[in-house]
Ligand binder design. Structure first.
Ligand code: SF4
Length: 444
């Protein structure tokens, strides 16, 4: 007997539907790159895509491709290829999936591996990525990023030129250190900016043309505006009920992080901002019977995005903010000067939410919890991403001692759903919500 189909509860933003078309158009453009004679660059982590787009180089962001495959439940062939090649299941599943795409690309195109030299099945889009003509590694914090790029280079026979941008960790140990301030901040900012200037020379060598700085300035005007609109819309979610949730902001990561930086992204976030403002005006909530407000710490579980949105909505819980969505992706547009954008771009790469020392990270998260008036934090212990998961116990301890709010943790993963256990999440979240109820009763 089929299980009864439950009516949907989550009241998602309608304006985010446009993201699906923009994402599909973008990947179609990537898949056509070689036919159109375009150079292709693979990269991970930092949003260096405007540098590439300005130079008419097609960009492939590794995490974005892995997340897209996972969201479509099409990650299987890539992960199987990677595991057969010897990459362990405990390796970052973004990296594992993307490396599997490289393995499949080689197998299907070169016939170099007799067991896999056949044409990919139509639905296997893991082999459709065009091989890179260059690799740029600009990963903050996590050493997996650099090793992933190195392994990609090896999979393509070490014939692909690779450029490494070192993005230092912000230790914040100096007396004047803090978020966006102090000597260390100034020095690391200049250090990254200098490397980005060198990266532009590397790009010029690949294209054989002078770098089109005016085009970069134009693109960064769009990025800055899109980022301002996104942050404005997010800020409006301090309203009760919250007009949008983390799940809407997760759908909006691609438009701010790796889609073409045309006026389309400005239009997208204008529509999102306007819809959020209208919901605030009319009192329409993203969760119709909002009873709890939660913070989500950890990377998204891309296989489960819609599933989790429904699950929390059924608990009458609005997940109003999160570390991944609210502390990354051109997070400080005021730092970007479109007329002279390199320094501000480098600074935005430095402030990814994994790149801060724990005191800064914890202060920022506590600030968000207070701003959005959350009742608790749900930690997604992302199994194959130690970088995100490492500080979670410290953050939980501070949330309880500083803010007196409840926390809970469940295990899952960015792109491998086998690590997710539904029953575990149900039990843990239900226990946390009961504790919130008890506390409310006690303080009423
Ligand atoms: S382990 Fe985490 S931070 Fe490191 S590359 Fe993977 S997803 Fe990124």
């Amino acid at each position: 007997m089929n299980a009864p189909v439950m009516p949907k509860v989550a009241n998602k933003l309608k304006s985010t539907r446009m993201a699906g078309k923009l994402v599909n158009d973008y990947w179609e453009m990537v898949w056509r790159a070689k036919e159109e004679g375009k150079l292709v660059c693979w990269y991970e982590g930092s949003s260096i895509n405007p540098f590439l787009e300005a130079a008419d180089i097609v960009w492939v962001h590794g995490e974005a491709y892995s997340a897209m495959l996972a969201a479509r439940h099409q990650e299987g062939p890539a992960q199987a290829a990677a595991e057969e090649r010897g990459y362990l299941r405990e390796l970052c599943s973004y990296a594992r999936t993307h490396l599997g795409c490289a393995v499949n690309n080689q197998r299907h195109r070169n016939g170099s591996d007799s067991a896999f030299a056949d044409v990919p099945a139509d639905e296997d889009i893991s082999a459709k990525l065009p091989a890179p003509d260059m690799i740029i590694s600009a990963y903050a914090y996590c050493s997996t990023g650099q090793q992933w790029d190195e392994m990609t280079s090896r999979l393509f026979g070490k014939k692909i030129p690779i450029f490494n941008v070192s993005i230092p960790w912000i230790w914040a140990s100096g007396k004047d250190a803090g978020y966006l301030r102090g000597q260390e901040w100034e020095e690391t900012s200049r250090y990254v900016a200098r490397q980005l200037e060198e990266m532009v020379k590397f790009i010029e060598e690949r294209t054989g043309k002078p770098y089109p700085w005016d085009r970069l300035r134009e693109l960064m005007r769009n990025v800055k505006r899109a980022s301002e609109l996104r942050l404005e819309a997010m800020g409006m979610c301090t309203a009760t009920p919250a007009p949008a949730t983390l799940f809407d902001w997760s759908v909006s990561i691609a438009p701010i992080n790796q889609l073409p930086c045309t006026t389309d992204i400005v239009d997208y976030f204008t529509n999102v901002r306007d819809e959020v403002a209208e919901r605030v005006r009319t009192g329409e909530g993203a969760v119709p019977r909002e009873k709890y407000r939660l913070f989500f710490d950890g990377i998204m579980n891309w296989n489960k995005l819609g599933w989790l949105a429904e699950k929390f909505a059924r608990y009458d819980a609005a997940v109003v903010a999160g570390r991944y969505t609210h502390m990354a992706f051109w997070q400080e547009p005021d730092l970007i000067d479109p007329d002279d954008p390199v320094m501000g771009m480098g600074q935005n790469y430095l402030i990814c939410p994994n790149n801060h020392s724990s005191p800064i990270l914890i202060d920022l998260i506590m600030g968000l919890c207070e701003k959005y008036q959350v009742d608790g934090i749900v930690f997604h212990a992302t199994r194959t991403c130690r970088a995100f998961t490492n500080p979670m116990f410290m953050i939980a301890e501070q949330a309880t001692s500083r803010l007196g709010i409840q926390t809970t943790m469940f295990e899952g993963d960015v792109a491998d759903e086998s690590f997710y256990k539904d029953e575990l999440l149900n039990t843990r979240v239900e226990a946390m919500l009961e504790a919130i109820d008890s506390r409310r009763l006690a303080t009423a």
